[in-house]
Design a protein around this ligand. Structure first.
Ligand code: SP5
Ligand code: ZN
Length: 365
C-alpha cells in the first residue's frame, strides 16, 4: 500500500448533517443543447457522487432526506410549472419522440417571448413539444426519464435541511442535484428545475423565522431566487456572480440596479464581478452582503453554495480558492443558523475539496 492509501483527511466536517437522497442520481440530462449543438454537458450525476464521498471522508454525518408534500414547492412555484415538470417526460414519451424520432430528452424549440406574443395573452399549447418553451427558457436544461424523481428528491433534501435548522442545528447542508437557483416562480433553465434554496427559505419562514436571507455564492446570478422574492421584504436575496454584462449566463439578469420592488425594495442586491476576480475582491463582496444582512436583520440564512466560482471550474472565469470559500462561509455563518444548498460546481477533480473547504467554515454543531 502506498502512503496515499493511509491518508486520513482531517475530519473538518465532524457532525455536520449532509442531507442526501439517492434519487438525485436519477436525473441524467445526457448533455445540453448549447448554441444549437448537443454537447456532453457538465451537470452530471458524478458530481453528487464525488461530493458525497468527499463529505463522508471529511467526517460529515449523512442524513437521508425525508418526503415533504407538494405544498412546500407550491409556496414558491406556480402549480403549472410543477405540473409540467412532473408530466413532461411521460407526455414526451407518449408522443413518440424518443422511440419514433430519436429525440431522447425533452427540449423546447418555440419560446413565447414578448417578441412573439406582442401583447396577445399567453395560452398553454396542448402539445408537449409546443408547451415546453412556456416553462423552459433555454435549450440547456433537458428532461429525461428520471428527472422529476431527482428534482423532487433535491427539494426534499433542502426541506429536510431546513427542518434541521428550524429545530436548532446551527447549520445543515443539502446535497441537492439538480441545482435550483436559476428556477423562478414559473420557469426553469440553467440546469435548474425547482428552486431548492427558495423552497428552503420559504420553509424557514413558515417554521417561524420572521426574516430570512439568501446569500448566493454560485458563479452565476441566482435569477430564479431573485424573481421569487423580488417583491417581498421578508426574504433578502444577495448574489455575487460574474458580470452578466461581460457576456455570461444568464445574460439578461443579475445587474446591480436590480434592487427589488414594492415591499421588496432594497431587499435584493446583486454584486456583478469582473471576469478574473479572485479571493480578495470576492470576499469584500461577501462582506458587503453580510453587512447588509446585519443591518436588515435575519433570523436564519440560506446559502446557495455553488463552487463554480473556483479558478479550476470550466464554467466561469472567476478565480476563487478553496480558502476563499471557507472564509466566506465563516463570515456568513456568524450571522445566524444556515441551510446550505448545493448549486453549481463542475470540475470533478476539485469539487470535493472546494465544498469541504466551504463547509468547514460553518459554525460547528
Ligand atoms: C447552477 C449553474 O451553475 N448553472 C449554470 C448554468 C449556466 N450554464 C451555462 C452553460 C454555457 C455553456 N457551457 C459551455 C460548455 C462548453 N462546452
Ligand atoms: Zn453556476
Amino acid at each position: 500500500m502506498s502512503q496515499a492509501d493511509h491518508y486520513a483527511p482531517p475530519a473538518a466536517l465532524l457532525g455536520l448533517p449532509v442531507v442526501w437522497h439517492p434519487d438525485c442520481l436519477l436525473h441524467q440530462p445526457d448533455g445540453e443543447v448549447w448554441l444549437g449543438v448537443w454537447e456532453p454537458g457538465t451537470e452530471v450525476p458524478a458530481r453528487a457522487q464525488v461530493l458525497l464521498e468527499a463529505l463522508e471522508a471529511g467526517g460529515a454525518e449523512v442524513v437521508h432526506a425525508t418526503v415533504h408534500d407538494d405544498g412546500a414547492l407550491l409556496a414558491v412555484h406556480d402549480s403549472a410549472l410543477v405540473e409540467h415538470l412532473a408530466t413532461a417526460w411521460e407526455d414526451w414519451e407518449a408522443a413518440g419522440f424518443p422511440s419514433d424520432h430519436g429525440r431522447s430528452r425533452v427540449v423546447p424549440y418555440v419560446f413565447p417571448t414578448e417578441g412573439l406574443l406582442c401583447g396577445v395573452p399567453l395560452r398553454s399549447p396542448a402539445a408537449v413539444h409546443g408547451r415546453v418553451g412556456r416553462f423552459c427558457y433555454d435549450t440547456m436544461t433537458l428532461v429525461g426519464p428520471g428527472t422529476w424523481q431527482a428534482v423532487r428528491a433535491a427539494a426534499d433534501a433542502a426541506l429536510t435541511a431546513a427542518d434541521l435548522v428550524a429545530g436548532g442545528a446551527p447549520a445543515a447542508y443539502a446535497l441537492c442535484r439538480p441545482p435550483g437557483h436559476h428556477a423562478g416562480p414559473a420557469g426553469y433553465g440553467g440546469s435548474c428545475y425547482l428552486n431548492n434554496a427558495a423552497i428552503a427559505a420559504q420553509a424557514l419562514r413558515d417554521s417561524g423565522a420572521a426574516r430570512v436571507a439568501v446569500l448566493d455564492l454560485d458563479a452565476h446570478h441566482g435569477n430564479g431566487t431573485q424573481a421569487i422574492f423580488y417583491r417581498r421584504g421578508d426574504v433578502y436575496v444577495g448574489s455575487l456572480h460574474v458580470d452578466p454584462g461581460a457576456g455570461w449566463f444568464p445574460h439578461y439578469l443579475g445587474y446591480a440596479d436590480e434592487r427589488g420592488a414594492d415591499d421588496g425594495l432594497d431587499a435584493n442586491r446583486n454584486l456583478p464581478l469582473a471576469p478574473g476576480t479572485g479571493d480578495a475582491v470576492w470576499i469584500e463582496a461577501v462582506d458587503v452582503l453580510c453587512d447588509e444582512v446585519r443591518a436588515q436583520g435575519a433570523d436564519a440564512l440560506v446559502i446557495s453554495l455553488g463552487v463554480d466560482a473556483a479558478a479550476s471550474d470550466p464554467e466561469s472565469p472567476l478565480r476563487v480558492s478553496a480558502g476563499g470559500y471557507r472564509e466566506a462561509a465563516q463570515r456568513i455563518s456568524a450571522l445566524g443558523p444556515a441551510v446550505v444548498v448545493q448549486e453549481g460546481g463542475y470540475d470533478l477533480a476539485s469539487l470535493g475539496e472546494l465544498t469541504t473547504a466551504a463547509l468547514s467554515g460553518l459554525r460547528a454543531p
